[in-house]
Design a protein around this ligand. Structure first.
Ligand code: FMN
Ligand code: EPS
Length: 365
């Protein structure tokens, strides 16, 4: 399984949703970095399950335990390994799923690939729960980045079916204060008035035994000009690669994204100008802060699309893999009616790990 990621800062994520614990090993961190524990716990709790009606009812404290790599709260330079206990498994919910694979989940593909030896309980290694160790790694990375003037934040831009979505980041004017506020919130939104409509859409889906997806928009401020490489190791490549490590992500776009296909060069090109302080900026930011795979110093802005949660309690069509017949499935258990609010801190964490790796790779740390 390819559960390791990174060129210079390498993370390796282990465990399954119903095993004793899950965790992450982080290699390549600079030594001497103080890691503040309340900041770690804050990020973990933004993602933790069971906090409100938009989430699964499984409850986990998600307090990581560091095995090695930190001494008196400071990185030693050796691999940093942390584990997060699973304490609230209800594995009987999964007893039928090896024979009756859920539409939209990884049950069928895992059954074929691992010959029936995969752990199906709680989604096993495919579970959204595996974003907890990613959030831990991101919480470490973002503290190192903040010391270098880099801020990361995200918000829930859209929930399918909500009449009102959040407003987008101002691509040239997003402020560190806004990112700081968002990166402290559960279900972060720029415009608090948008949240109620999004909550109603999630609740409506839940009540009708269904689920909804949506979009998370993320911004990175302070990325130094020159970070990243052309062709295969660009900022877009690295961010996209790690963001697709978040279960349920089906799309990502940077800057103006798919709308560039409808623009003329005169509209899409971001005019370059000299700022009074001597820095070079662009008046618009359709590039999302990336040209030729390399950061141009403007905010890096991207959006990730998340699909509706596959496990819905409505009856669905599937097959019986034991007798190879068509069958019906009613999924039981505790599932998120929408994964998007809890995915937001995972998106930020993934961006933080990618940016730290890009800086290390470009020898800019
Ligand atoms: C934070 C988070 C929570 C999730 N919760 C659930 C869930 O409760 N039930 C479920 O079926 N899928 C959930 N998912 C999505 C599945 O894990 C995912 O769709 C599945 O592993 C298949 O992977 P894919 O959608 O990337 O192809 C969650 C994903 C995330 C990021
Ligand atoms: C536990 C978490 O989310 C889980 C993600 C998940 C899935 O299939 O992705 C399925 C559910 O697992 P279970 O059936 O064990 O409750 C969610 O609760 C978490 O995010 O920490």
């Amino acid at each position: 399984m390819s559960s390791s990621w990174g060129n210079s800062i390498r993370i390796s994520i282990f465990g399954g949703s119903h095993t004793a614990a899950i965790g992450v090993n982080i290699e390549g961190l600079p030594a001497g970095e103080r890691i503040t524990w309340p900041e770690i716990l804050k990020q973990m709790s933004r993602r933790a399950p069971g906090r409100d009606k938009t989430a699964t009812t499984r409850k986990e404290s998600d307090e990581p335990r560091v095995l090695c790599g930190l001494l008196d709260g400071v990185t030693t330079g050796a691999p940093l390994c942390a584990v997060i206990e699973n304490s609230n498994q209800r594995s009987k919910d999964y007893s039928q799923l090896k024979v009756l694979p859920r539409p939209g989940h990884a049950d069928y593909t895992a059954e074929v690939k691992y010959g029936g030896h995969q752990d199906v309980r709680g989604g096993g290694h495919f579970s959204g729960r595996l974003t907890a160790p990613l959030v831990f790694a991101g919480a470490v990375a973002r503290q190192i980045l903040r010391r270098r003037g880099i801020e990361i934040g995200s918000h829930v831009l859209k929930i399918a079916g909500a009449e009102i979505g959040d407003r987008s980041f101002d691509p040239v004017g997003v402020s560190p204060e806004l990112l700081d506020r968002l990166s402290n919130e559960y279900f972060p939104v720029i415009d608090p008035a948008a949240k109620e409509s999004m909550r109603q859409s999630i609740e409506g889906a839940r009540l009708s035994q269904d689920s909804v997806g949506g979009t998370v928009e993320c911004a990175v401020l302070g990325m130094p000009v020159g970070a990243g490489d052309p062709i295969f190791d660009g900022v877009e490549n690295r961010i996209a690669s790690i963001i697709f490590g978040i279960p349920a992500v089906k799309g990502i776009e940077f800057g103006a994204g798919f709308s560039v296909a409808d623009m003329r060069g005169s509209e899409n090109n971001d005019p370059i100008y000299m700022e009074n302080d001597g820095s070079i900026r662009t008046r618009t930011n359709n590039s999302g802060g990336i040209l030729g795979g390399i950061a141009n110093g403007m905010p890096i802005i991207f959006r990730a699309a998340l699909k509706p949660t596959p496990s819905i309690s409505r009856e669905q069509d599937t097959v019986n893999l034991a007798d190879r017949t068509n069958a019906k499935l009613t999924v039981t258990g505790r599932h998120d009616p929408c994964v998007v609010p809890r995915a937001a801190p995972a998106v930020e964490a993934a961006a933080a790990v990618a940016v730290l790796d890009l800086l290390a790779q470009s020898r800019m740390l």
